[in-house]
Design a protein around this ligand. Structure first.
Ligand SMILES: [Zn+2]
Length: 293
């Protein structure tokens, strides 16, 4: 029951970097369930109910078509099916004064990982339901103000088995900043997420994937085990590879964001994994949470 090959979205000039400018405006989650399109109508184009044989040149142009809206069933029908992931073999994380800086998890098992960043821009119902119903393993790197403002949304994702990790408080660039500044950004985010969700982050992703040695030292001093970059980004449903070989490799870490098209991004990532012979897995199973001291 594999999805038919569907091109999800036009390739747009890609925002290849992680983490676009952060926006904190409050807003309701996209009402992606309403209006609910008829599945049987997908993707037909509705004819005008009252075609005019003699369109008047002075007639105002019709309003632009609304963005395509799908409910979660649309995504579930197109999602590839996967067998169970292999029994995870946790990797060794080096000790030391600094966290390691990883773009991918050093494993040869046929798995890859989905990470979703930020949280302050938008949070869609269709993406939440897609994660819940397809049981997509994800790891969230959240800014703590977003986590605090939309706790119930992220808690619902956490309840699927996701872990919530550290992405700083203010989403400012850390590279070049003082140790105290960098440590405070990481530590305050970790403390807040622990308060909100009951578990302390132990993985870190710096905003924009930008860091220096001080970042890795501060992260380790805050209890982080690994600081993460990524191997692919996904936006508007399209996977952007960093090499010409368009393949996901074992251990790769895919980056997407809480954006209006997150459900498309999830679908694009799952298809890319399937086409590469991989299964999505939980990052937390490969880098276990440290035991309480
Ligand atoms: Zn970010």
């Amino acid at each position: 029951m594999f999805a038919r090959r569907a091109f999800l979205a036009a390739a747009v000039p890609a925002l290849l970097a992680g983490c676009s400018s952060q926006r904190w405006e409050a807003g309701a989650a996209k009402a992606s369930e309403s209006p609910s399109p008829s599945p049987s109508a997908e993707p037909s184009i509705e004819p005008s109910p009252t075609p005019s044989p003699t369109p008047s040149p002075t007639k105002p142009a019709p309003p632009a078509s609304p963005p395509e809206v799908h409910d979660v069933n649309w995504y579930l029908r197109r999602a590839p099916s996967f067998g169970p992931p292999p029994a995870p073999e946790p990797v060794t994380v080096p000790d030391g004064e600094k966290t390691p800086w990883w773009s991918r998890v050093p494993t040869t098992q046929k798995v890859a990982f989905i990470t979703i960043d930020d949280g302050g821009m938008t949070r869609t119902t269709d993406a939440l339901q897609f994660i819940q119903r397809a049981k997509i393993p994800v790891t969230l790197f959240l800014n703590s103000p977003a986590a605090a403002s939309y706790t119930s949304y992220f808690k619902a994702i956490k309840d699927t088995g996701a872990s919530i990790q550290d992405h700083t408080v203010t989403h400012r660039k850390l590279k070049g900043q003082s140790y105290d500044f960098q440590r405070q950004e990481i530590e305050d985010c970790a403390n807040r997420i622990q308060e909100l969700f009951g578990e302390r982050p132990y993985l870190f992703r710096p905003p924009f994937g930008d860091y220096d040695d001080i970042t890795l030292k501060a992260a380790r001093d805050c209890g982080m085990r690994v600081s993460f970059f990524w191997t692919q980004t996904v936006d508007n449903g399209k996977v952007f590879y960093q090499t010409t070989a368009e393949v996901i490799k074992p251990g790769d870490v895919m980056l997407m964001h809480f954006r209006p098209n997150l459900a498309d991004d999830l679908l694009g990532a799952l298809k890319a994994m399937k086409n590469s012979g991989l299964t999505p897995a939980r990052l937390e199973d490969y880098i276990p949470r440290p035991s309480p001291a």
